[in-house]
Design a protein around this ligand. Sequence first.
Ligand SMILES: Cc1cc2nc3c(=O)[nH]c(=O)nc-3n(C[C@H](O)[C@H](O)[C@H](O)COP(=O)(O)OP(=O)(O)OC[C@H]3O[C@@H](n4cnc5c(N)ncnc54)[C@H](O)[C@@H]3O)c2cc1C
Length: 407
Amino acid sequence: MDFSLSPQEEAFRKELCDWLDKNTPELRQRMRRQGPPGGAPGAGEESPEAQEFTRWWHKKLYDAGYVGIAWPKEYGGRGATIMEQVIFNEEMAKHRAPGGVGGLGIGWAGPTIMAAGTEEQKKRFLPKILSGEEVWCQAFSEPEAGSDLANSQTRAVEDGDDYVVNGQKVWTTGGMRADWAILLAKTEFDPSVPRHRTFSYFLMDMHSPGVTVRPLREMTGAAAFGETFLDNVRIPKNLMVGQKNNGWYISMGTLEFERSNSSSAIQHLTTISNLIELTHKMERNGQPLSKDPVTRQKIAQFYIEANVGKYIGLRALTRQLRGQTPGPESSVGSLLAMELGQRIEDLAMYLQGPYSQLVRGSKYAIDNGAWQRSFLASRGRTIMTGTSEIKRNIIAQRTLGLPRYTE
Ligand SMILES: Cc1cc2nc3c(=O)[nH]c(=O)nc-3n(C[C@H](O)[C@H](O)[C@H](O)COP(=O)(O)OP(=O)(O)OC[C@H]3O[C@@H](n4cnc5c(N)ncnc54)[C@H](O)[C@@H]3O)c2cc1C
């Protein structure tokens, strides 16, 4: 890949930097009111103010043409090049600017619809994902089907022009506020058929009668995900993605998009900048921690790893722009990013010493307790999008060609 920028790409960077320089002062002001940023995404409280703030920032980005940089123009995107997408990600990180609403819609529901949906589905759903008018969630996991997703029991039975869905999903991030869900449900009930050929993939209206989402409170104190109960929910047949009983393979593509998009190394570069700011504020033995040799070594190592992750991410993005899914290699980048994210948060706690015990509400809490919330949220990173063990299994089997593990 050629990393030198064309005049058009240089012009894009300049235009974007000018826009960010103009708009980040107001962003910072609003963020200060919210409490300063910590590390891991998803750590924010689900308060109405936080939601309002994200909607405001999303609209600003969208109106300026900075949402869906590499998405085709016909679906509301900018139709820009891979390098422009990379420049955008880099500059957002450098300016420490957060993303907008609908990370899941833009990151993996939308790309799945783009790769496997009908033209009618693309026209109906993609523009509203980008504008933030419709927010998406993912209803895959069940109480007895997490790593072993093929054990899912939710059933979708044909009835006239619809499928009627019954079952229970769990850990549905954003389910309480979502307008639409990507759903995996069983549509073949013959026990002699291999499990992977028994599922279909649906787009489900979360406002349909029969959908109930009960919030689950996490150790951060926020309720970012919920249990989703599906009781005779009707889904029109034209909202199935791909062929009947082919949903497993489509869901594997979704997971690849999810793994390549959910915790990017570039987000870590932003967190590392926040960490560096922390080292200037905290002292040990009368010296700022920014002068402590061990702390400096650790942060430099994080920076190296975040950059390795950045280039792994570029490979996945290249495949995506060629119309392919990111491939099993997306597990390499995701595993690196998720585990690195936890180590960065661990160091932030260590640097704060006894102050690390103080949470939001204490007047002595560092950065108003933002690091404590993001530290707690980061524990879920090696579980969400598939656990670290599952990702290592995928790398061993599908990338390195090692045989499948059986006891
Ligand atoms: C923050 C967060 C957000 C999430 N958001 C969503 C969402 O929006 N939508 C959704 O559908 N799901 C979501 N999930 C669920 C997530 O996908 C599952 O938690 C994950 O797949 C693990 O499943 P499980 O919790 O059932 O654990 P289990 O599958 O029961 O695993 C338990 C332990 O056994 C290990 N294990 C299991 N099988 C193997 C194996 N074959 N080899 C080696 N070790 C193994 C696992 O690594 C783990 O340590 C979210 C989870 C978290 C933490």
